[in-house]
Design a binder for this molecule. Sequence first.
Ligand SMILES: [Zn+2]
Length: 130
Amino acid sequence: MKMSIELFNHLVRYAEKDLPRESCGLLGGNGGDILSVIPLKNEAGSNRQFFVKEENVQAAFFRLNEIGHDLIAIYHSHPTSNPVPSQADIHFHPDQSVKMAILSLKDKPQLKIFQIAGSRYFEIPYIIMD
Ligand SMILES: [Zn+2]
C-alpha cells in the first residue's frame, strides 16, 4: 500500500483543524493506492470517540463512487494517544473487509493502518511517497 506525502499532509491538516476533537473520515483509492481523503463530521464532539450520521456516511460513499475510488479504510485521529486501536475502536469498526487507519497527533503525526480480524488487529505496512 502507498499514499503520497500531499495526501498524508491533507489528512494531518484535517485532523489538526478538528482538535481537540477526534477527526474521522474515509480513505479511498484503487488497489493498494490510497488516493483520496473524505473527512466526516464527528458528531460525538469528543476527543475520545467519534460518531458519524448515516446520511453523511452515505454522502461520502457517493462521493467516492463519483471519483471512481473504492473504500480502502475508515480513519480517525488519536489527538493525544498512540496510533493503536482501542477495544472500542475494534468493537465499533463496522466492516472487517475495510481497513482501519489511525492518525496519532501525540508527537510527530503518525498514521498506522490495520486489518481487524475478530477482536485482534494486524498492522498493514505502507509507504508514503514524496
Ligand atoms: Zn481510536
